[in-house]
Design a protein around this ligand. Structure first.
Ligand SMILES: Cc1cc2nc3c(=O)[nH]c(=O)nc-3n(C[C@H](O)[C@H](O)[C@H](O)COP(=O)(O)O)c2cc1C
Length: 209
């Protein structure tokens, strides 16, 4: 029995296009793998540790090979909890809006907590960086008001999928399927066609995920 972790990054709930396509994915996934468990992290309903004070000093202590002070160790526990919850999954589903061409800040906050030496990546002066989240796979659903695919002339502005794909690859999650929900701001028939295309891909991907 596998565990799928669903990370939801739009605050718009039932109005969210990325959430809508992710829910379609989950319904199809549950149908094809009824024994698997699904855990949802609604980032907007989750209390993430602030990355300042003793928490950030704890990170620098690790990077400099120093042991934690009691205050740093206590602060670091909250970071470890986030990483352990993430690593407990076998598969991942992300859904996210494009905000100012990039990630919504709540997801950036989650990433800044999650990407840590000794937890999700390691560093060796001889061999360099190594991702520690390996042998797993992920799907990401990206909603955006405009269109950024090949031939739109807007490809370089898509910092949303570049940022997520890049950081997931850094921690070892290279088996990633990207589903684009676009353009979501436009005439109703164009929006409907963009949604239908994304939902079709979501269902097809879920069946073999
Ligand atoms: C704060 C904010 C910034 C946005 N920035 C962009 C943008 O840079 N490019 C774009 O194409 N759409 C942008 N949009 C539109 C959203 O990406 C679009 O409405 C998408 O459907 C949001 O995802 P959701 O429906 O899952 O919440 C922005 C929307 C908001 C609220």
């Amino acid at each position: 029995m596998a565990k799928l972790l669903y990370i939801e990054a739009s605050p718009r709930k039932d109005r969210s296009r990325s959430t809508q396509v992710a829910r379609t994915f989950l319904a199809a996934y549950q149908k094809s793998r009824p024994d698997d468990s699904i855990q949802t992290i609604d980032l907007w309903a989750t209390s993430l540790p602030r990355f300042d004070g003793a928490t950030i000093e704890a990170k620098y202590a690790i990077l400099q090979g120093q042991t934690h002070t009691p205050g740093q160790a206590q602060a670091w526990n909250a970071v470890v909890d986030v990483a352990e919850q993430f690593k407990s999954a076998d598969k991942y589903l992300f859904s996210l809006p494009m905000w100012n061409f990039g990630l919504p800040y709540i997801l950036k906050h989650y990433i800044d907590v999650l990407i840590q030496p000794g937890l999700t990546f390691s560093f060796d002066p001889q061999t360099g960086y190594k991702g520690l989240v390996t042998g797993k796979k992920a799907v990401a659903v990206y909603a955006r008001g405009g269109a950024y695919g090949p031939g739109t002339g807007m490809e370089d502005y898509d910092l949303q999928s570049k940022a997520l794909t890049g950081i997931l690859g850094f921690i070892g999650l290279t088996d990633l399927v990207n589903i684009f929900v676009e353009p979501m701001l436009g005439p109703p028939e164009v929006v409907a066609a963009g949604l239908a295309k994304a939902e079709e891909l979501a269902v097809a991907t879920a069946k073999s995920f």
